[in-house]
Design a protein around this ligand. Sequence first.
Ligand SMILES: CC(=O)N[C@H]1[C@@H](OP(=O)(O)OP(=O)(O)OC[C@H]2O[C@@H](n3ccc(=O)[nH]c3=O)[C@H](O)[C@@H]2O)O[C@H](CO)[C@@H](O)[C@@H]1O
Length: 363
Amino acid sequence: MKPYNILISGGGTGGHIYPAIAIANEIKARFPDANILFVGAKDKMEMEKVPQAGYKIEGLWISGIQRKLTSKNASFPFKLINSLWKARKIIRKFKPDIAIGTGGFASGPTLIMANRRKIPTLIQEQNSFPGITNRLLCKRVKKICVAYDNLDRFFPANKIVKTGNPVRQDLLNIHSKLQAATDFYQLDKSKKTLLVLGGSLGARKINQLVETNLDFFKNQNVELIWQCGKLYFDEYKKYNENEGVQVHQFINKMDLAYATADFILSRAGASSVSELCIVGKPVIFIPSPNVAEDHQTKNAKSIVDKHAALMVKESELETFLVVFESLLKDIGKQQSLSENINELALPSATKDIVDEIENLLNK
Ligand SMILES: CC(=O)N[C@H]1[C@@H](OP(=O)(O)OP(=O)(O)OC[C@H]2O[C@@H](n3ccc(=O)[nH]c3=O)[C@H](O)[C@@H]2O)O[C@H](CO)[C@@H](O)[C@@H]1O
């Protein structure tokens, strides 16, 4: 049988890229001969991360429409036309058997063109409130894999399958990695470790919060693994001199960081939330208020409402210390949060999504 040609498009942030890579890896495991090609946006992080994961990628000249009135929007129609044209060219040459979109601007033109050529398409929506690209694509695609309930408010109910978000396989057994993680991060395990995550890009407000409270953490015997983001690293790397503080622009070994953490302070991007469910540790979310329709607050709320994590809104950051200090003292709360969040995990998401992909390929 001829090997499958699989086109995968998504990116802009880690939140769209890592699910795409996890899906690609599962396809490769099932169909080692499959040809997999990614389509991303030029200058975005997928152009670096996808080749690092061992896959080819083509870049489209596309970006989103700015919500604010700005001159940047003037080039949008040209970019869109250019991207549709290039996506068509890629599809004609690669002849995919299926096209998969994981959100982000590049997946728009790619899946529009695939739909026009009657190639089966599937999208994976990571968030509890869908992004604009997937909302536009939903009418034409064949299947929509989601991670939250009630998405029939946005998508045709008969196309929805609740699979969860793909999560990297190396996160599934972090409890066996505690010693390796402690050695890797060289931590003093007589102290507690707080892992600070600002999402794939880092978060300014979280960085400022941590910086202001460095003395507090020290006095509480809390060590920090602090992912500040590439943009902010020059500003914060000086704190690597402080005892018990490790500043990272990006953490490549997330499995070890999660394994060694006693507490996690995190943005509420969709993959982060799905990973944190699998990790099963006490989490305080500080959702980004700067994302479309405030979807991170909705992601976090779906966990907090089940007594499975705590949330501090960015507009109420002054309450963080009280929340964290009372969590530090309350071992019962730490345990119940860990157990409750773990119950929400959907660890077979990647497999279930690729089952849907296989169904479409076999039709
Ligand atoms: C600011 C912004 O637009 N954020 C959006 C973006 O988030 P963002 O790109 O932050 O995405 P997620 O939180 O979903 O995922 C982050 C991913 O990056 C990984 N990671 C993160 C930090 C690090 O140092 N190392 C590392 O490997 C995490 O393990 C995770 O796999 O896409 C998400 C999915 O659509 C959305 O829900 C978010 O609202």
